[in-house]
Design a protein around this ligand. Structure first.
Ligand SMILES: Cc1cc2nc3c(=O)[nH]c(=O)nc-3n(C[C@H](O)[C@H](O)[C@H](O)COP(=O)(O)O)c2cc1C
Length: 247
């Protein structure tokens, strides 16, 4: 029963693109679809839904001034991350993104590791400013460590050599989509977040501390906490120079 409904979803989902897929890749997608649970297609969304989404997009900002509190329980933060990881798109539905959530003393540990690593490489007279910045992140409530599983990327490359050069790029795109979704959703619930990149400096020590599989490659650290001030002013480039429309 499950296999039958899975095959039907696959056929509907692939539609015309199936014609473009090499047979080997169509087989990968087909096998993956059989292994995975399926979700019924989503309901039709009206214009008001788009506005709510766009409002959340506009509200998301970088927040550096945060404290160790959270306006929502950790379980809700986990639910948001899990929802994003489950439903965000990925190339050929490869689902390469992984996440590690750290709160409390585990959050402190990530930023102790980062401080140690940064202190070892910055000139002595630059350490004070770096330490102040890192203390800001450490003073937050938690961190979402975002990874891309390189085993999953390599498996796709081996099974579909025709697309091999694209899979690492598509994995990065997938990471970006996840980072943005989680950032936007957490902000919509009242958290302040910023996206940090102390990888690859901290990768090894963080992996040891949290038993992260060696194939998971750290891509970003999303720091979160209760915002204690509003975001900085933001400037915008003219849209006419960035968007072209042909009616
Ligand atoms: C791909 C990407 C990488 C970023 N990396 C960093 C970073 O390493 N450190 C940081 O403080 N902010 C980082 N940012 C945040 C940007 O500086 C910020 O989004 C931008 O200035 C616009 O401000 P806003 O987030 O308030 O809209 C990054 C943002 C993106 C999208």
């Amino acid at each position: 029963m499950l296999a039958a409904s899975s095959s039907r979803s696959l056929f509907l989902a692939l539609g015309s693109t199936r014609l473009l897929l090499p047979t080997c890749l169509a087989r990968i997608v087909s096998l993956s679809a059989r292994k995975m649970s399926t979700t019924a297609s989503t309901s039709a969304a009206g214009p008001s839904n788009a506005n709510a989404f766009l409002e959340a997009v506009k509200t998301r900002r970088t927040a550096y001034a945060i404290n160790s509190e959270s306006p929502i329980p950790d379980a809700r933060i986990q639910e948001i991350v899990e929802t994003a990881v489950k439903h965000c798109p990925s190339s050929f539905n490869s689902q390469t993104t992984r996440a590690v959530l750290v709160f409390g003393k585990n959050h402190q540990r990530v930023w102790d590791i980062t401080k140690e690593k940064i202190k070892a490489i910055v000139p002595a007279d630059a350490w004070e400013a770096s330490e102040k910045r890192l203390n800001g992140f450490q003073g937050g409530h938690g961190t979402v460590l975002l990874y891309e599983d390189q085993d999953a990327v390599r498996a796709l490359q081996e099974r579909a050599p025709l697309y091999a050069e694209h899979f690492p790029t598509w994995s990065e795109h997938t990471h970006g989509i996840h980072a943005f979704t989680i950032w936007t959703a957490l902000t919509a619930e009242g958290l302040g977040c910023s996206l940090q990149h102390y990888n690859p400096l901290i990768d090894e020590d963080v992996a040891k501390a949290f038993e992260v599989p060696s194939s998971w490659k750290l891509r970003a650290q999303l720091v979160l906490g209760k915002p204690v001030s509003g975001p900085a002013e933001k400037t915008f480039q003219p849209l006419e120079e960035r968007v072209k429309v042909f009616n």
